[in-house]
Design a protein around this ligand. Structure first.
Ligand code: IMP
Ligand code: MG
Length: 184
């Protein structure tokens, strides 16, 4: 197989396609075991979690459902504020259901904290979280994340669903964005 070209705006590759695939296979097996008696409804957070959802769901050997929410957290540039607005709500009624939130990345954790309390208010049987990536700041918010793909450093990353100004989501690996791209 040929080595794929690194995108010119990427400083370095943090996680290769292979790294991601291997880890999602492990997490999928874990979820399959943990939820054997009670298949969850997977709730993906648009748009970043699209790739994670697509690849993770195919590693879960249970009759799961998938649903989606889109939220926007007000904030400037690369920081979120914790003030969240629902752009698209779930189609499903989750009361009495086991919900597994599927996220791309937890940074400050503010978006997720809000989402958790919002979903909990709908009377689900349980709510757990699966995230592909987690940055160190997330530890400061008290959120119990059941499944974490990778703990990564505090750097701005793109690819595999993650964007900067809506770009780079279709890069197949996770890379550190060159600071010159957002500083210029
Ligand atoms: P939080 O509320 O700070 O946890 O923000 C989480 C959201 O911010 C994620 O769902 C992403 O949309 C975005 N985000 C945080 N860090 C990054 C990053 O390194 N690259 C791309 N998006 C990020
Ligand atoms: Mg996101």
């Amino acid at each position: 197989m040929s080595v794929p070209d690194i995108h010119p705006d990427v400083e370095r590759v943090l996680l290769s396609e292979e790294d991601i695939r291997t880890r999602l296979t492990e997490i999928g097996a874990q979820i399959t075991a943990d939820y054997a008696d009670e298949p969850p409804i997977l709730v993906g957070v648009l748009k970043g979690a699209v790739m994670v959802m697509a690849d993770l769901a195919r590693q879960i050997d249970l009759p799961v459902e998938m649903d989606w929410m889109a939220v926007s957290s007000y904030g400037s540039g690369t920081k979120s504020s914790g003030v969240v607005r629902i752009l698209k709500d779930l189609s499903a009624d989750i009361s009495g259901r086991h919900v597994l939130i599927v996220e791309d990345i937890i940074d400050s954790g503010l978006t997720l904290k809000w989402l958790l309390s919002n979903l909990r208010s709908r009377g689900p049987a349980s709510v757990q979280i699966c995230t592909l990536l987690r940055k160190p700041d997330a530890a400061r918010v008290e959120i119990d994340v059941r499944y974490v793909g990778f703990d990564i450093p505090t750097e701005f990353v793109i690819g595999y669903g993650l964007d900067y100004a809506e770009r780079y989501r279709n890069i197949p690996y996770v890379g550190v964005l060159k600071p010159s791209v957002y500083e210029s």
